[in-house]
Design a protein around this ligand. Structure first.
Ligand code: SF4
Length: 218
């Protein structure tokens, strides 16, 4: 049943989200890592609107580290949490220029020691720029993982990541990350999932709990 469920979910996702990929625009490691940090609690679309000017003014870690927080804020002020984000990427620029010669490390432990880089940011960077098969967990991935019964409501993001990576074949990990996000954005949204005719309903804890509530009401 477990393998059957995973196979059915993968089949649906490949049929509908086979070309799923990140919506962030970047052309090198530096732009990728900074864009991922800026995307916290905001849409990729909003990030893409500010990064052309930001990367024009500050094309590398060195220039970003030497910039004033105020000048960075001018370029990213339309984003949520822009003050904290400006501080984070400025600190990242300083550390990357002084300690790493601008070359981003490729191991998760070192990555997560950098300013502004948490587990999800490190995972997304490794997936996008190092081709690693990992399943970084954002809010979409978390929601879908819980609804489809791969994780529990109380699981930490890192536990959800481990459970998903155990459940899905290794070579599908990057695809699972991208396709869960696209599925979450287009169909299985947080507030109003479009459950009508959803082929994954048989595996979905959300729809079964909703049905239960409706039948109890009457
Ligand atoms: S049935 Fe609804 S909540 Fe469940 S996976 Fe499908 S769209 Fe999401």
């Amino acid at each position: 049943m477990k393998n059957e469920k995973v196979a059915a979910i993968l089949s649906y996702l490949h049929d509908n989200y086979d070309d799923a990929k990140t919506a962030l625009d970047f052309s090198n490691d530096y732009e990728c890592l900074v864009s991922i940090i800026l995307s916290a609690q905001t849409t990729d679309k909003s990030v893409n609107k500010v990064t052309p000017a930001l990367f024009k003014h500050f094309p590398d870690f060195e220039s970003l580290g030497k910039a004033s927080i105020e000048d960075i804020e001018k370029d990213i002020k339309t984003l949520g949490l822009y003050h904290n984000k400006a501080k984070s990427i400025n600190a990242l620029g300083k550390v990357m220029a002084s300690e790493y010669n601008g070359i981003i490390p490729s191991d998760k432990k070192t990555l997560t020691s950098l300013p502004g880089v948490g587990i999800k940011t490190a995972g997304v960077f490794l997936l996008e720029r190092r081709g690693e098969q990992v399943i970084p967990v954002d809010t979409h991935v978390r929601r879908i993982a819980i609804r489809l019964g791969f994780a529990g409501e109380n699981d930490e993001f890192s536990a959800i990541e481990r459970k998903l990576e155990k459940a899905f074949p290794y070579e599908e990990h990057a695809f699972v990350h991208h396709s869960f996000i696209n599925f979450g954005r287009t169909k299985c949204s947080a507030q109003r999932p479009n459950c009508e005719g959803c082929p994954l309903a048989a595996y979905c804890k959300y729809i079964s709990s909703t049905k239960g509530k409706k039948s109890k009401r009457g």
